[in-house]
Design a protein around this ligand. Structure first.
Ligand code: NAD
Length: 343
């Protein structure tokens, strides 16, 4: 391997292996990132079921949170929150406690990954801290429960400003807001008011459109290439992310980041995939792509590009693919192919 690419500095990154396929895909990603030339000290800490198994009494240990606060960057595998045991979702807690208000999920067609669509190139920006994921649920009387959808002007404005800023800095042309303001007039209405205001006052350079989410989903499967940046509240962003993953080859190829003013956590869109965990067959690419986003965030563009070129070559050649992409390669074998393709 030519030694032309070097790390601009030595980094400290919190590594959360997570649950299910998490330890497999994080191990593969770690190897790829190191082979690409990043000088890094990993601070490995648990979250999810793994934290309970290691003797912590919480699925999101204070030590893990403190490390992310201190080092400001984490690479995270998916985690499982035990259902019905009284634990609040690890991911929701992490995003709320660290104020990681923007989830950014690029969805792109990849050469060598055959799907029904070509030319998909969009970015989903999801509000990450409120909406129906505020976790405020009540039993009104036995047999009747409620879940509160929260929208605040501050958070709606913050995510709108982030999305328009993101679109401008990356030379994107259009933002489409998915909403249901015809039904949820106050909450989704506020989301729209804030987005319109930011567009009109701060970013008239970007085209702006609004779409009721049901019609938007239909348009996504009819003609996904018409979309550029999608902006939406928390629950819609969660659902639409998986839908969009399906347009470009599935959850194995869609990365993500959770961005705040004080810290950033990079993770794939997919979950812990208990159905295939421990068998060495999971596709590590979504997390490797998330690591590429992390490297750009850390100003390590040369290393990021090196990894991107390598996985694009492996996909285009099509000889070493994981099962979700129609191949037979295992997780580590696929990572080895990426490392071998680096130049
Ligand atoms: P999932 O994303 O884990 O799996 C959905 C399907 O996609 C499964 O068939 C799985 O095998 C497949 N898949 C996912 N990632 C893959 C990969 N990298 N390679 C190959 N195939 C892959 O969703 P789920 O089954 O609904 O959720 C499982 C668990 O994950 C739940 O406990 C859920 O709460 C959790 N979850 C965690 C996160 C996170 O930590 N960020 C995100 C979503 C779900």
């Amino acid at each position: 391997m030519p030694e032309t690419v070097t790390s601009t500095t030595r980094h400290t990154i919190v590594l959360i292996p997570g649950d299910g396929i998490g330890p497999e895909v994080t191990a593969a990603t770690k190897r790829v990132v190191e082979a690409a030339g990043l000088e890094v000290d990993w601070v490995e800490l648990p979250a999810g079921v793994a934290a309970l198994e290691q003797g912590y009494d919480n699925v999101l240990p204070e030590r893990t949170l403190a490390a992310i606060r201190a080092h400001k960057v984490a690479l995270k595998g998916p985690v499982t929150t035990p259902v019905g045991k009284g634990f609040k979702s690890v991911n929701v807690q992490l995003r709320q406690k660290l104020n990681l208000y923007a989830a950014v999920r690029p969805v792109r067609s990849l050469e060598g990954v055959k799907t029904r669509y070509d030319g998909v190139d969009m970015v989903i920006i999801r509000e990450n801290t409120e909406g129906l994921y505020s976790g405020i649920e009540n039993e009104v009387v036995p047999g009747v429960v409620t879940s509160l959808k929260v929208a605040s002007e501050a958070a709606c404005t913050r995510i709108a400003r982030y999305a328009f800023g993101y679109a401008t800095s990356r030379n994107r042309k259009k933002i489409t807001v998915f909403h249901k303001a015809n039904i949820m007039k106050l909450t989704d209405g506020l989301f729209l008011t804030c987005a319109r205001r930011i567009h009109e006052r701060e970013y008239p350079n970007i085209q702006y459109e609004e779409m009721i989410i049901d019609a938007g989903c239909m348009k996504l499967v009819q003609d996904p290439a018409r979309f550029d940046v999608l902006l939406m509240e928390n629950l819609y962003g969660d659902l639409v992310s998986d839908l969009c993953a399906g347009l470009v080859g599935g959850l194995g190829v869609v990365p993500g980041s959770n961005i705040g003013d004080e810290a950033a956590v990079f993770e794939a869109v997919h979950g812990s995939a208990p159905d295939i965990a421990g068998r060495g067959v999971a596709n590590p690419l979504a997390l490797i792509m998330s690591a590429v986003m992390m490297l750009n965030h850390l100003n390590e563009q040369a290393i990021a590009e090196r990894i991107k070129r390598a996985y694009n070559r492996v996909l285009a050649e099509g000889r070493t693919l994981t099962r979700d992409l129609g191949g037979t390669a295992g997780t580590q074998e696929f990572a080895d192919a990426i490392i071998a393709a680096m130049e």
